[in-house]
Design a protein around this ligand. Structure first.
Ligand SMILES: NC(=O)c1ccc[n+]([C@@H]2O[C@H](COP(=O)([O-])OP(=O)(O)OC[C@H]3O[C@@H](n4cnc5c(N)ncnc54)[C@H](OP(=O)(O)O)[C@@H]3O)[C@@H](O)[C@H]2O)c1
Length: 305
């Protein structure tokens, strides 16, 4: 039995609780939130304030950190990893090396596995395998909801609500399977926008010309009503492909996720068990998925070879 704590209770926190409740070899000691615990409605797990975590050190084997990558994890992962084994889903690709160092600097006798999820995470593994075996890889994201692009749409004047779906280009995927690399124009962007009073053509022009987000991309804008948006995108679907090819052989890994946070949480839980095993083996320090031997993810794995 591994004793888990869930730190932060947003989408991932809920997903981790759900995933752990389905396991018979896990005990959830508690959810630890920076908000007033009485305002955080769990699926039955006791909720404590964040500060209480450090008083319960002896009752917890692994903390699964479910805070946001932008502001929470850069602070929480080093802070908590001093005392606990941890797993986080830090997904700011350009900052992973710094984050790894910051966490590692705090560790003496614990294990922390950072940047776990589907990307970074499982896709990182597939990129490494593709690159080492075939000397190439191309990553395609979607079809799925891009949180960042959806947020950018919602900031446009006259937009009441919006979702942006990133769609991988079939043509670019075919070229990747033929061994082409350094592909441009790999994705198109489809926007579903609920508008207020502002003229639709003005909104569309502003969206398509937004630098850093839509300018230079093939972008389609659909104006829909709020009910359509709610009913069509009730979860946060996502997924994608990592394709490696040298023209003769193809390696392809596909993810099709009905809910991005649900799947990411399941990956976090799997690596939570790995953190526990690695602590038992004395493999202290901060690690990425590249440092975690697959055998630590699943016991009794010999029959799967
Ligand atoms: N590697 C991957 O594949 C992958 C995939 C998906 C996401 N991610 C990363 O995971 C991070 C977390 O994603 P998320 O969707 O779980 O973020 P989220 O729902 O925004 O939750 C982040 C934190 O916000 C806090 N929070 C404050 N007020 C809240 C409220 N009213 N309701 C819910 N939470 C509230 C929670 O901490 P408190 O309980 O302490 O307030 C929670 O832990 C993202 O930043 C992303 O970078 C990684």
């Amino acid at each position: 039995m591994v004793r888990f704590a869930i730190v932060g209770y947003g989408n991932l926190g809920k997903g981790v609780e759900d995933a752990l409740l389905k396991r018979n070899d896990a005990k959830i000691v508690g959810i630890f939130s920076r908000r007033d615990p009485q305002t955080v409605l769990s699926m039955g797990t006791p909720v404590y304030s964040y500060d209480t975590l450090f008083e319960m050190k002896d009752q917890i084997d692994v903390c699964i950190l479910c805070g946001g990558s932008a502001k929470d994890l850069p602070i929480q992962t080093p802070e908590i990893s001093q005392y606990f084994n941890t797993v986080d889903s830090f997904d700011n690709h350009g900052e992973i090396e710094n984050h790894l160092k910051n966490v590692n600097d705090k560790i003496t006798d614990t294990v922390s596995i950072i940047s776990v999820g589907w990307d970074p995470g499982l896709f990182s593994m597939m990129r490494l395998l593709s690159q080492s075996v075939l000397g190439s890889f191309e990553t395609f994201w979607g079809p799925g909801v891009s949180q960042g692009h959806s947020d950018a749409l919602r900031r446009v004047e006259g937009v009441l609500d919006a979702i942006q779906i990133t769609v991988p280009s079939e043509d670019a995927m075919t070229r990747a399977r033929d061994g082409e690399t350094n592909l441009n124009d790999k994705h198109t962007r489809v926007c579903y926008v609920v508008k207020g009073d502002r003229d639709a053509s003005e909104i569309e022009a502003e969206i398509k010309n937004m630098p850093g987000y839509f300018l230079g991309y093939e972008t389609t804008v659909h104006f829909v009503d709020a009910a359509y948006l709610r009913e069509t995108f009730p979860t946060m679907p996502h997924g994608g492909f990592v394709i490696g090819s040298d023209g003769d052989s193809i390696m392809e890994f596909k993810l099709q996720l009905k809910s991005n946070p649900k799947f990411t949480s399941q990956v976090l839980v799997a690596y939570g068990y790995a953190a526990f095993e690695m602590k038992e083996k004395g493999l202290y320090g901060a690690h990425t998925v590249y440092d975690v031997a697959p055998k630590y993810l699943l016991k009794n794995n010999q029959s799967l070879l």
